[in-house]
Write a protein that binds this ligand. Structure first.
Ligand code: E4P
Length: 217
């Protein structure tokens, strides 16, 4: 399973990237706002740091302008994946941009039917939003399962990029289902290391070691 980091915070990306935890990055307009940076400048910096795909999102609402924006974003670096919304215009832009060889991430996916359309339009990635479905008492993980089944039934090459991840359990559940990629905030990825029994065990080992009076090295 590939790990993408869902942030435009360059320092946070670097910390995880140095550990080999980063296979790609996803951004969106809200994350660019949070970074307080210029989209072109910060995206270029991320693309220089990370070898894998870096998603940068268009903001136009009609297909023609989405395609124009997508081409502009793709010029930032060769590892840009143009992110388009799951609307009819977004699918039109997806088809056009993917036909020209650009990676396309179709975002804001909330149903298996939408995911099927994105695959047929040539999406490189489909981004189903787990957390936002859970927020309205629907089952985000069930959506990942359904898309996995559909894509496997017809051997679609579009990668399932599980998004809107809010917890460590979301990540492990996505891994069990067979999502190709997860994108999560840095804090959630770092949270994967935590276990109360690890902390308790370490505390006990350290206490017992102190009693031995020994030193290593
Ligand atoms: C995905 O590409 C999105 O940027 C992201 O996962 C959305 O997450 P949120 O629902 O926590 O905003």
């Amino acid at each position: 399973m590939k790990f993408f980091v869902d942030t435009a915070d360059v320092a946070a990306i670097k910390e995880l990237n140095d550990l080999g935890m980063v296979d790609g990055v996803t951004t969106n307009p809200s994350l660019i706002l949070k970074s307080g940076r210029d989209i072109t400048e910060v995206t270029k910096e991320i693309c220089d740091l990370v070898a894998g795909p870096v998603s940068a999102e268009v903001v136009a609402e009609d297909a023609k302008d989405m395609i124009r924006e997508g081409k502009t974003l793709a010029k930032i670096a060769p590892n840009i994946a143009v992110k388009v919304p799951l609307t009819w215009a977004g699918l039109t832009a997806c088809k056009a941009l993917s036909s020209e060889g650009h990676m396309v991430n179709v975002t804001l996916c909330f149903s298996p039917a939408q995911a099927l359309l994105a695959a047929k339009a040539g999406a490189t990635f489909i981004s189903p939003f787990i957390g936002r479905l859970d927020d309205i008492n629907l089952d985000g993980l069930e959506l990942i399962e359904d898309i996995r089944t559909i894509y496997d039934n017809y051997d679609f090459k579009t990668e399932i990029l599980a998004a809107s991840i809010r917890s460590v359990n979301h990540i492990t559940d996505c891994a069990k289902i067979g999502a190709d990629v997860i994108t999560a905030p840095p804090a959630v990825i770092k949270g994967m290391v935590k276990h109360v029994l690890t902390d308790r065990g370490l505390e006990q080992f350290n206490a017992d070691w102190a009693k031995t009076g020994q030193k290593i090295g």
